[in-house]
Design a protein around this ligand. Structure first.
Ligand code: N01
Length: 508
């Protein structure tokens, strides 16, 4: 169906990661037939397709880090690796009839709301597409952030970001500079450390690292989950509520101190060198940045061929990295584990609303969307995993499914030629609530700089409390918080692909 000539659809979803797929499955279930997904790549999967670095995996238990409607009894580990998650996403996309609706290799360059025609004009790498409703499912971790160190372009060896791992580069026997010690780096450092000649790990801020309670799931367990889906559902529910308790430590310093002690003990058991332990000990409250989990990071870092470098980088030369104290550290390869553009998301520059202003301009350095989803001045735009919906403590699939249910409620209300957008007041109330909930939490007062906070110092990234309260909040779409209008766009009546229903496929 990818060669269908239609350039207009009632609904356009951009992105086919967890949120794009969830939205598509929900629309299919709703009997909505007139929608397409635009995907810049040639495969679904989003960040789980792109991040193929060695050791890439999930730090949320697999039973929870999956869709409630498509439980997978076959997870091979309690915390899945990237290949298995990617396979899962592709399978769900195929089985639920999403894949035939995806237009691959359509990179969204710009999206402009045309107020006269009452539709979105999506400028893609394959030409203009239009839609009455635009669901942005591009995710928060889609655009790698690579620091522009002076002289980087002169570096003679390969240099790549962890989210675009260059598998053609053989690291065996090489001197490797790894920049960053976040969630990605702590996963790939133990994988590459045994094979490289030297590894200089440039650490700006040490992370808190907890033990990773990962294990193989036995064949018997898998058979059991397959035979009795309710048992897997029960475990999922138990994990869900267990993870909710993690919020308490973000809000209560006493609880946090107890967890910090576990992390420190973990480090003491694995790192014998006192000076190195000092270097690796965070000076901020646990949870201020994402809490990491690993059983092999500290042993790798404590290995003879690894140096943890804490002096900042001043420049890159053709054959190495120079720190602020003038020391040059020779390197054959540079790997950036430097994260993603989260608070200044590139999509914010590409979406323009009614008055021609981009999201970025209207946000003025502090992203905001009502319920993390809709934005005044941007009619019929729904952002999945928008501002204020990220999570540190549990699975984002919970937020995604809540949002998708909320969006479908809104879509039912504008089934004709109508538009919907939140009132300014509703948006301000939401922002005030995020600020109130963030106040005095570890995210805003934990003593660290994190990408949860935007340029203005606000937490505009995380939902700063329990996931279940977000679910409850989004369980009912409130028309009174929105403004409705009418457009002149002709509704599209021609189906793009045959309807498929997923109701019978639901396992949970
Ligand atoms: O990125 P990060 P990531 N000079 O932003 C450092 C998700 N994820 O790719 O802390 C020197 O966490 C930066 O230093 P500092 C998860 O949500 C999920 O590792 O800013 N260093 C930090 O050490 C995660 O949070 C899973 O001082 C620089 C590192 O680079 C998110 O992805 C698995 C620098 C960046 O860490 C991002 O993780 C993996 C500079 N100029 C990832 N700029 C799951 O399991 C940045 N750094 C679900």
């Amino acid at each position: 169906m990818n060669d269908t000539p239609s350039t207009h659809s009632r609904i356009a979803i951009v992105g086919t990661g967890f949120s794009g797929i969830a939205a598509a499955v929900k629309l299919i279930d709703e009997g909505e037939n007139d929608f397409v997904l635009y995907e810049r790549s040639g495969e679904v999967g989003g960040t789980w397709r792109d991040n193929t670095y060695p050791g890439c995996g999930c730090d949320i238990p697999s039973h929870l880090y999956s869709f409630s409607f498509a439980q997978n009894p076959g997870w091979s580990r309690t915390f899945s690796g990237q290949p298995e998650i990617q396979t899962y996403l592709k399978r769900v996309s195929d089985e639920y009839g999403v894949t035939p609706r995806v237009r691959f290799h359509h990179n969204l360059n710009e999206a402009n709301w045309d107020d006269e025609a009452g539709l979105w004009r999506l400028e893609t790498s394959q030409g203009q597409r239009t839609a009455d409703i635009f669901i942005s499912a591009v995710g928060g971790l889609s655009e790698p952030s690579t620091p522009r160190f002076p002289g980087l372009e002169t570096f003679e060896g390969p240099a790549f970001h962890s989210a675009a791992w260059d598998h053609d580069i053989d690291l065996a026997g090489k001197r490797v500079a790894v920049i960053g010690t976040g969630a990605s780096a702590i996963q790939f450092v133990p994988e590459i450390q045994p094979e490289v000649a030297r590894l200089d790990l440039f650490q700006r801020t040490p992370p808190w690292v907890m033990p990773r309670r990962d294990r193989r799931v036995s064949t018997l367990e898998r058979r059991f989950f397959k035979a009795i889906p309710a048992a897997q559902k029960l475990i999922r529910t138990a994990i869900y509520w267990g993870r909710e308790l993690f919020v308490l430590q973000m809000r209560r310093p006493r609880v946090a101190r107890r967890t910090q002690a576990i992390a420190l003990r973990h480090m003491h058991q694995q790192v014998k060198d006192v000076a190195l332990r000092e270097t690796l000990t965070p000076d901020y409250s646990m949870g201020c940045k994402r809490i990491l989990q690993s059983n092999d990071y500290y042993p790798a870092v404590a290995s003879e061929n690894v140096d943890v470098v804490t002096t900042g980088i001043s420049e890159v030369r053709p054959d190495g990295v120079v720190t602020a104290d003038g020391e040059q550290r020779p390197a054959d390869v540079i790997i950036f584990g430097t994260g993603f553009k989260v608070t200044d998301m590139p999509i914010g520059h590409r979406i323009r609303g009614r008055d021609g202003k981009s999201l970025h301009e209207s946000w003025q350095s502090s992203p905001n969307a009502h319920n993390g989803t809709t934005i005044a001045g941007f009619p019929n735009l729904f952002m999945l995993m928008g501002p204020g919906t990220g999570l540190g403590h549990t699975s984002v699939t919970i937020m995604i499914e809540a949002q998708v249910g909320y969006v479908t409620q809104a879509l039912r209300l504008i089934s004709g030629k109508a538009t919907v957008e939140p009132t300014e007041e509703a948006m301000n109330d939401w922002r005030d609530e995020i600020d109130r909930l963030s106040h005095n939490t570890v995210w805003t007062s934990g003593g660290c700089d994190s990408w949860y906070l935007d340029e203005t110092g606000r937490n505009s990234t995380l939902w700063p409390t329990f996931a279940h309260s977000y679910r409850r909040r989004l369980s009912k779409f409130k028309p009174a918080e929105h403004r409705f209008g009418f457009t002149t766009a002709e509704p599209v009546t021609e189906p793009i692909v045959e309807p498929v229903t997923n109701a019978e496929k639901q396992t949970a």
